[in-house]
Design a protein around this ligand. Structure first.
Ligand code: BGC
Length: 452
């Protein structure tokens, strides 16, 4: 039997985010978040879906932890809803919110499952949005205060902390493209949002370190494998700009203490200066303990003078496999991204904090969900991860996105990423998909069986 075995201390996990699974949107003192506000407005989300109930995880977390245990996960990554802790974003603390996350952590720990907590997975308190949201520098200060509360309440239970999930998506998809909450379409504001998010990350890292808590802290970035469509210099130039726009825009400030020069020259000549105060970049560049990477696909880029802005467009080869998100299945890209980050930016431990795929899953006549394509997607990506480890890259953890089907942002419930199927129409029944059983066997053997 041909097997690929992972290092002994390698940790297998799965991930979720508060707004995508919890529901209970106005319960036990929780305040409104920008995602409540955004999804409750008609036209923002496919089919008018909202996270009001989502997977009802807030009420069913005990059952969900049993399923996590059944799959055999070493670690579970979830996020904390800021407005559950601070309904108005600052000031008055909601004890019931803190108690919920304490119960969740304790139940995980009782089963030997290690919690990994994201402080911000996009659900900003609406009260802070009304003061300008992330475009307002004060939001970074309030985030730091929120982080301090959570560290002191949960610091003895949680040893792995992630400040932000994908600051790029918050800035670009939420504030420049307007497809996510808060729905702004303002380039200058979006770049300021990105800076303030990174600043808040740096502040929270300092706070964590000053509190001398046991455990580790890092950040999660969405990184892509960017490739030029051809060897033409114009396509290569376009790919380099896209790389600055998607990858280097967060990697450089975090690991080198500056923003990509060419891109920022374009931005500032177009929109005027971004508010960056002295000391900000030092704070952002503060040492962390690990880097979380979310990888889904590659991006093939060509120069396109017709395209808006930077004159970049994406090419999607017809002969490749695509997921329901229309993302190409490209496992080699995971290897490329891990290798690049390690070679060019940091020798810190790397965690894949998200990787997975949406497919058109259905319950079949035998009552099961046969998601072979997800198994093959994960198998390919686990192989790429193993290859990276063999090449000496310090990859230590892997979180599959997602533990369960959930509210896929502007796509509502139409995209299913879960290892666990949620039957939304039928009392929220949970069904382990074939991929969950397959993952269970990977974890048990700490490795993969190869077909040939
Ligand atoms: C996000 C998740 C999201 C997933 C699939 C990531 O960008 O962190 O919240 O569901 O991708 O789109």
């Amino acid at each position: 039997m041909n097997e690929l075995i992972f290092p002994k201390n390698f940790k297998w996990g799965a991930a979720t985010a508060s707004y995508q699974i919890e529901g209970a949107y106005a319960e036990d003192g929780k305040g409104e978040s920008i995602w409540d506000n955004f999804s409750h407005k008609r036209g923002n989300i496919l089919n008018g879906d909202t996270g009001k109930i989502a997977c009802d995880h807030y009420h069913r977390f005990t059952e969900d932890i049993e399923l996590i245990d059944k799959i055999g996960l070493d670690t579970y990554r979830f996020s904390i809803s800021w407005p559950r802790i601070l309904p108005r974003g600052k000031g008055q603390v909601n004890q019931k919110g803190i108690d919920f996350y304490k119960r969740l952590c304790n139940s995980l720990l009782e089963k030997g499952i290690e919690p990994a907590v994201t402080l911000y997975h996009w659900d900003l308190p609406q009260a802070l949005q009304e003061k300008g949201g992330w475009a307002n520098r004060d939001t970074a200060k309030y985030f730091n205060e929120y982080a301090e509360i959570v560290f002191s309440e949960l610091g003895d239970l949680v040893k792995t902390w992630i400040t932000h999930n994908e600051p790029w998506v918050v800035a670009f998809v939420g504030n420049i493209y307007g497809e996510h909450a808060p729905g702004n379409k303002d380039y200058k504001k979006g770049i300021q949002v990105l800076h303030n998010l990174l600043l808040s990350h740096g502040m929270a890292v300092r706070t964590f370190q000053d509190m001398n808590l046991a455990g580790e802290i890092g950040i999660t970035l969405n990184l892509g494998d960017i490739q030029p469509a051809t060897e033409k210099p114009t396509d290569k130039e376009a790919a380099s700009l896209q790389d600055q726009l998607l990858n280097r825009i967060t990697l450089e400030p975090l690991f080198k203490g500056n923003y990509p020069e060419q891109l920022f020259e374009i931005y500032t000549s177009e929109f005027g200066p971004i508010d960056i105060e002295s000391g900000d970049l030092e704070l952002i560049n503060n040492p962390i303990d690990f880097l979380g990477i979310n990888y889904y696909t590659r991006n093939i880029i060509k120069n396109d003078p017709q395209a808006n802005g930077l004159g970049i467009s994406e090419v999607k080869p017809a002969d490749k496999e695509y997921t329901e998100m229309n993302w190409e299945v490209y496992p080699e890209g995971l290897y490329n991204v891990l290798k690049r980050v390690n070679a060019d930016y940091t020798d810190l431990p790397l965690y894949v904090t998200e990787n997975g795929a949406a497919f058109n899953d259905e319950i079949s006549n035998d009552g099961k969900v046969h998601d072979e394509r997800r198994i093959s997607y994960l198998q390919g990506h686990f192989q790429a991860a193993h290859q990276a480890i063999e090449a000496g890259i310090p990859l230590q953890r892997y979180y599959v996105w997602s533990l369960m089907d959930n509210f896929e942002w502007s796509y509502g419930y139409t995209k299913r990423f879960g290892l666990i199927f949620i039957d939304y129409q039928n009392k929220q029944e949970r069904i382990l998909k074939d991929s969950a059983y397959w993952y269970q066997s990977v974890i048990e053997r700490n490795g993969l069986v190869l077909d040939n």
